[in-house]
Design a protein around this ligand. Sequence first.
Ligand code: FE2
Length: 307
Amino acid sequence: MASVSNLGYLVLGVSDLDAWEHFAVDIIGLQAGQRVAGESLALRMDDYAQRLLLEKNDADDLLAAGWEFDTDEQLDAFVAHAAAAGVKVDEADAALTKRRRVGRLFTCLDPDGVAHEFFTRAERAPAHDMFRSKVLKSRFNTGRLGVGHFVAVPKSVERTDAFCKQVLGLKVSDYARGEMAPGVVLEIAFFHALTGRHHSMATAKVPFPFKKRIHHILVEAIDPNDVGLAYDRCTRANVPVAMELGHHPNDQMFSFYVQTPSGFALEFGSGGVVVDDDNWEVRQYAELSDWGHRHHPPARHEPRAGE
Ligand SMILES: [Fe+2]
């Protein structure tokens, strides 16, 4: 079966584009790309023309996950496989393909109604416009590993896990079950794509009603010092910290979590492992973090005057 290479982009529906631009560019370290005033803002993390696409939308949630294929032949084989599995996959029209800045694009919905997009030939920024972060010491860990990851909170974890495995062709990395607060147990399944980022997507079963489609997205820096530097920028700018600095035992990510202007979290990490399928054993972890990641009560992002 033709495999997804990696999670190449995320499309987020955000109600406040200006707050997001300040958060993403000045604090997290992405670079503003193409902008359509009042409608959308592309954010860069490397030589791709866009890695996060913010679209003005009151959902304040994930709108689409963009899965990259290495060749058109692999994309065609995947689309045929998904259709044979009973999933309605549509070829995107020229306008959507242009907005995503890719060569070819197909779309489908998962069992929760979340859009998944499948593409090849992502547009790169011109050579004279190399990626520059205002604040990063190193760079983002992207390339063949893709944009990062997202953790979905589906209405039916069982149905979405089956979609991940049987339609997307992702492989299970491991499972974790642990308390995020006393008595509040979270169960997470982690899935990786062909190029091996420990997880491009995970699904979380939470024991309470959850308003968003995602718990968080992750961006990863090469240098762990960038995690500490980003943590300092967040606390200085009064961005609510959702989870303090800590470490995950499964993907080995050293990270912290902050609340984005849309309410869901962003994990800023470094040091995540890459799965080698020939030498990988799926494990069940009994804790989500082996140190740190102390949880803060959720709070609204309220930028201070002048931010
Ligand atoms: Fe994460």
